[in-house]
Design a protein around this ligand. Structure first.
Ligand code: SF4
Length: 411
């Protein structure tokens, strides 16, 4: 059994257990960045809004700069008290522990518009902490394909459907090029954000194309554009899917990005095939890892990353207990690190299994064991997360940067 201490322990606990609604949390919405997921009151929970659903803040920061995404949960032992003038505290009902917190503020750009009237919040950028994410073509073609009746989208993905949320960006299925007006609006929004808050990382992401070469070409267009507008030379990470080697070389030759992150999501071929059927069908597991190795040859060890979804393998359909899931994930961490690739684990809750009495406990045990074990693996391989790629001020649901600041205690 692994126990974390300090900020990482608090972060895992609050990420896994969430925060329940209080008047103070609701009031904080007035001056805080809003959460993308609304708070849904559970059956029987006191609902002062009378609507069953309400907006809550997105992110909290503790005094040492640890950033934590807020998950609304009416069953949580954690709640928030206080106000903007006196300050806010996060309280654990069980122990009475109180933690001073601040909310990620509501910056002016979130309510401002481009010169042709589009809200900046719809211009293809988001932020968390000091990271700015550019996503001007979020629609993912995997949503449009099925095999034997099974959708090719990744099983955990709720954000890549090409629908009305992507129309205002001018994204059309089958069209590779990003419309120039879309890029210009994004540029206006980016400049406003950079003027209003300190941004230390830029991350280029987007939906997948079934043709990896075309996907690479779209990202080349985007990265070339960003290079022209990124006058402060903020480090840029390439967050596309696995693309052909000659295109990877091109990004490097033109010095378009400083870090690369092709998201494998899931270690072990059988789990990858089940969780990411589109990536498996249109790229393939071995090719995905091969492209990460190619990137290591160009950018070097420690500059190549792969986001992983941690916890989704606890879905009942995979038949895994948390110990086995953690063992497989750690095996993957060892393998990827030995190739100079740094996996970054984001906690993703399984949808099924909520009736189990140990639902929260097993996710927490899994994630703590994985985080502590992985920290040791990274240390052994001499790999640390580059300050240019991400840091504890933007890692809102990942633990690597927090672990690098605090040692795990193995009991
Ligand atoms: S590749 Fe997977 S995670 Fe990414 S947008 Fe498509 S379905 Fe979602």
């Amino acid at each position: 059994m692994v126990m974390l201490t300090g900020s990482p322990a608090l972060k895992v606990q609050v990420m896994c257990e969430g925060i329940r609604y209080t008047a103070a949390l609701g009031q904080a919405t007035q001056h805080s960045m809003p959460n993308y997921y609304p708070y849904r009151f559970k059956e029987g929970e006191h609902d002062p809004t009378g609507r069953g659903i309400t907006t809550i803040p997105y992110l909290i920061n503790t005094a040492d700069g640890t950033e934590i995404r807020i998950l609304g949960n009416g069953d949580s032992p954690w709640h928030v008290e206080g106000d903007l003038a006196k300050g806010y505290v996060l309280i654990d009902d069980r122990s009475g522990q109180t933690v001073p917190i601040e909310f990620e503020p509501l910056r002016p750009w979130l309510t401002q518009k481009t010169s042709d009237g589009m809200p900046f919040s719809q211009a293809g950028i988001t932020t968390h902490g000091d990271m700015l994410v550019i996503n001007v073509a979020p629609g993912c073609e995997y949503f449009l394909h099925k095999q034997d009746g099974v959708s090719m989208r990744c099983s955990f993905c709720a954000y890549g459907a090409p629908d009305e949320r992507t129309m205002h960006l001018g994204q059309k299925t089958g069209q590779v090029e990003i419309p120039p007006p879309t890029l210009d609006r994004m540029c206006e929004a980016l400049n406003a954000v950079i003027d209003q808050t300190e941004i230390r990382h830029i991350y280029l992401v987007g939906g997948s194309l079934t043709d990896a070469r075309k996907e690479g070409e779209r990202f080349l267009q985007l990265a070339r554009y960003v290079k022209t507008i990124n006058t402060r030379r903020i480090p840029v990470a390439l967050g596309c899917g696995s693309i052909p080697d000659d295109l990877i070389a091109q990004f490097h030759a033109e010095d378009l990005v400083q870090h690369v992150c092709f998201n494998l999501e899931m270690w072990s071929e059988p789990l990858f095939a089940k969780v990411c059927p589109g990536k498996n069908r249109f790229v393939g597991y071995a090719r995905w890892i091969e492209s990460l190795e190619t990137a290591v040859r160009y950018w070097g060890r420690g500059n190549v990353y792969s986001a992983m979804v941690a916890g989704i393998e606890l879905e009942p359909e995979h038949g895994l207990e948390w110990e086995e899931a953690a063992r497989i994930a750690l095996q993957g961490a060892e393998d990827l690190c030995s190739r100079g690739i740094i996996p970054i684990y984001s906690l993703v809750w399984p949808v099924g299994g909520r009736t189990r009495s140990d639902f929260h406990a097993r996710i927490r045990s899994y994630f703590e064991t994985l985080s502590a074990g992985y920290h040791e693996i990274r240390k052994r391989h001499g790999l640390s997360v580059s300050e240019g790629f991400m840091c504890h001020r933007c890692a809102y649901m990942q633990l690597e940067c927090d672990m690098d600041r605090t040692e795990a205690v193995v009991a």
